[in-house]
Design a binder for this molecule. Sequence first.
Ligand code: GDD
Ligand code: MN
Length: 382
Amino acid sequence: MVSITSIERSEVGSPAGRVTGPAELTIVLPTYNECKNVPIVVELLDKALAGVAWEVIVVDDNSPDGTSQVTADIAQMDPRVRIIQRIGRRGLSGACIEGMLASSSNYVAVMDADLQHDESLLPKMLEALRSQDYDICVASRHVEGGDVGTGLSSIRAWGSNLANTLARDFLKVELSDPMSGFFMLRRDRFVELAPRLSSQGFKIMLDIVASGKGALRVKELPFVFRERQHGESKLDTLVTMDYLGLLVSKIFNDTISVRFLMYSMVGGTGVVVHLIALKILLATFGLQFGLAQLIATFVAMTSNFFLNNRLTYRDRRLRGLVWVRGLLTFYVICSFGILANVGVAELIYTSKPIWWFAGAAGALMGAVWNYVVSNALTWRKG
Ligand code: GDD
Ligand code: MN
């Protein structure tokens, strides 16, 4: 790395147009493999925000392309730039929350670091918030003047429309673009809501507005979604599951965590896998029922483990030898889960012989046990 002497430092001290002193506005840039984009974004912010006391906090999940180091190098030249490098964690919402919590400005904004968000909107957003008439300002592709441009593929555009409709119908969130990841809000409002936000998933703005339960005064401003220049999108089809999880969790008023919901959805697929495996083992291989049931149970447990590792715990995904150890602990935990399931079901059935009630209570008991214990052991943090 190039070292910067104190003389060079004082030279970059306070160029014309740069406002010194405490920042009024913090821009949080979540990054994963954006080493080419970060220097460009900082330059664009400098131009767009002339006359504003701003700072930028890059929250990088230890990108293999060295985004953290690239940012640290810029920060050596420009004190308005800061870096939070997170190790062993992944996730867009969590990164945004940490970045905003690291700010002490009056206003915080979140913007993609890949140049898809139009930074020239920031001064207008700031103006709207300074007027004290609004708590949050959202950049929307769907109000008049806004456009998804060519930045979204048609299948993504379709998915995005569906997600918008769901948010409107189920969360009663009146936003023209609830999927937008570009917004600015008062930091005091954010801090109030922060304990209720889910760090999983990527719908941080929707989460903030839904958690505000209608109390936030929202201003929408149009913008055109630009095409990505360098690097690639990190949001794959699995994020749709995250989104559905957030939706259901909010419908249940946060009483059920997004993770537990995903875990349960995976459990549901496990039942289907189990039945298909059982049918094949009986019909095609002609195994005797007991043995077929045992093998089908292992097939379903393995499939659940695989899906949970890819989906529910994608931010703590196990790989290599740890993956094997995880699978074995998962087998053991689920075996105890079956005991808990049958035990509870029998207990209830003897005092109240209603088959479906006892059966469902047993299954719920098993699911909760599996979730709590595998959360603590198989996918334990850190
Ligand atoms: N720290 C961190 N950790 N940053 C991440 C992660 C992560 O796990 N995943 C993505 N990012 C960063 C990217 O580096 C980028 O700066 C920003 O988050 C957006 O990620 P993209 O991968 O470019 O997302 P996209 O373009 O597919 O989706 C954007 O548009 C959607 C609307 O269609 C995002 O703005 C979404 O929030 C938005 O819903
Ligand atoms: Mn993008």
